[in-house]
Design a protein around this ligand. Structure first.
Ligand code: S3P
Length: 171
């Protein structure tokens, strides 16, 4: 079986879905951000602060390229990974891709409490956060939407897993 790549905006629930699916399918799960933090021995925020975004994007891309060496693994990607260079195209060619599609309001409700560890959002107040998501999501959407399976991120986790399993069975 191929790797499964979960893509979507920050706060769409990629890590939770990845963990749950991995448990059900009895296969390993990698969170690319966590892997980068472990290898670099630094938080994503510290990497952004010390080296800047492009440096982080290259680390993220290197981790993604390395993932193509494995199979039967669920990979939760950071929200910006598909947007950088041809990362999304490569994921589509090398694996199964799932887009967790969430609207601005849903993302705002989740990110309000989870923005601190996300350097792109950390300094925004609530009003700025809502505006930022609204603007930032639009150019990303067409890239996320090239995924092979799109799921509504507001569905309960068990139902999302059922839908993924049905998709995998139909392949
Ligand atoms: C980012 C998303 C984050 C992390 C970094 C940048 C983005 O991952 O990679 O803070 O540009 O969307 P999550 O989507 O897991 O929060």
């Amino acid at each position: 079986m191929w790797n499964i790549y979960i893509v979507g905006y920050m706060g769409s629930g990629k890590t939770s879905l990845g963990r749950q699916l991995a448990q059900q399918l009895q296969i390993p799960c990698i969170d690319l951000d966590c892997q980068i933090e472990q290898v670099q021995n630094q938080s994503i925020s510290a990497i952004f602060e010390q080296h800047g975004e492009i440096y982080f994007r290259e680390l993220e891309r290197a981790a993604l390229l390395q993932s193509f060496e494995t199979d039967r693994t669920i990979i939760s990607t950071g929200g910006g990974a598909p947007i950088y260079k041809n990362n999304m195209q490569l994921m589509n060619e090398e694996g199964i891709t799932i887009y967790l599609n969430a609207d601005t309001q849903t993302l705002f409700n989740r990110l309000k409490y989870g923005k601190a560890k996300r350097p792109i959002l950390a300094n925004l107040n609530d009003e700025e956060l809502l505006q930022f998501i609204d603007k930032h999501l639009n150019p990303r959407k067409p890239i996320y939407e090239t995924a092979q399976l799109q799921l509504d991120a507001s569905l309960p986790l068990p139902l999302l897993c059922v839908k993924v399993n049905a998709f995998l069975c139909a392949m």
